[in-house]
Design a protein around this ligand. Sequence first.
Ligand SMILES: C[S@@+](CC[C@H](N)C(=O)[O-])C[C@H]1O[C@@H](n2cnc3c(N)ncnc32)[C@H](O)[C@@H]1O
Length: 254
Amino acid sequence: MATAAEKLREEVRRRYAESARAVTDGTDGCGCGSGSCCADGGNDRKFGEALYDVEQRGELPAAATLASLGCGNPIAVTELHEGETVLDLGSGGGIDVILSAKRVGPTGTAYGLDMTDEMLALAQQNARDAGVGNVHFLKGIIEQIPLPASSIDVVISNCVINLSTDKAAVLSEIARVLRPGGRVGVSDVVAEDRLGPTERAERGSYVGCIAGALSKGEYVAGLEAAGFEDVSVDFTHGVADGMHAAIVRAQRRQ
Ligand SMILES: C[S@@+](CC[C@H](N)C(=O)[O-])C[C@H]1O[C@@H](n2cnc3c(N)ncnc32)[C@H](O)[C@@H]1O
């Protein structure tokens, strides 16, 4: 029998499969505003394509921007260098993988990891349309990353870690796949420390990226326990009372 965590993950998978199909079919079948499931609809200045500048959107196929479901723009805050290897956790329609692939150039590699077949198919099509060859989309869960230890220079993610039912596993997997000194730069929804789990759940659904958010203190403590230093969590814009989109940065200890 499925555990509560497995049922919740399946609910997340179904919701984002529906969102991918809505983009592929040219409909808005999940009631997600401009495609933004994270927002539970109607919140499109806080989630999705509006968080990317015009220049970045110009580098992308229309379906990739339309499929953008993030709460930030990890590419804008994460310095990427030629030749680096980048991993995007919960890569969705591939927007941040495609932008990363262009930043690291042909000598670098960008991996996208997602558990939802429909999202992986959309991302692969978007990467083909964008003409980037240095990308690999992997099927799997972010709690068990299907890559070897110390194989990645930079981990990014956009509004996905809040959806995980085992955040400690995700943070320790990020530490495992990063090389010593590797960086993590993610956008995520983060709660103020004054809000307990019940108060977070009162402000929005789990699949809508609100109820499962960590607090700022929990994020910092979790990253430090997983082996990171220079941890910072900076709120960028509010998404609900006491809940914010945030940029989370840290470096894996040497
Ligand atoms: C809110 S969307 C964000 C997509 C993308 N990062 C973006 O900015 O558009 C969440 C994505 O994460 C994936 N996802 C959620 N939980 C996951 C997990 N535990 N393991 C792998 N992928 C997951 C979903 O399938 C979906 O594509």
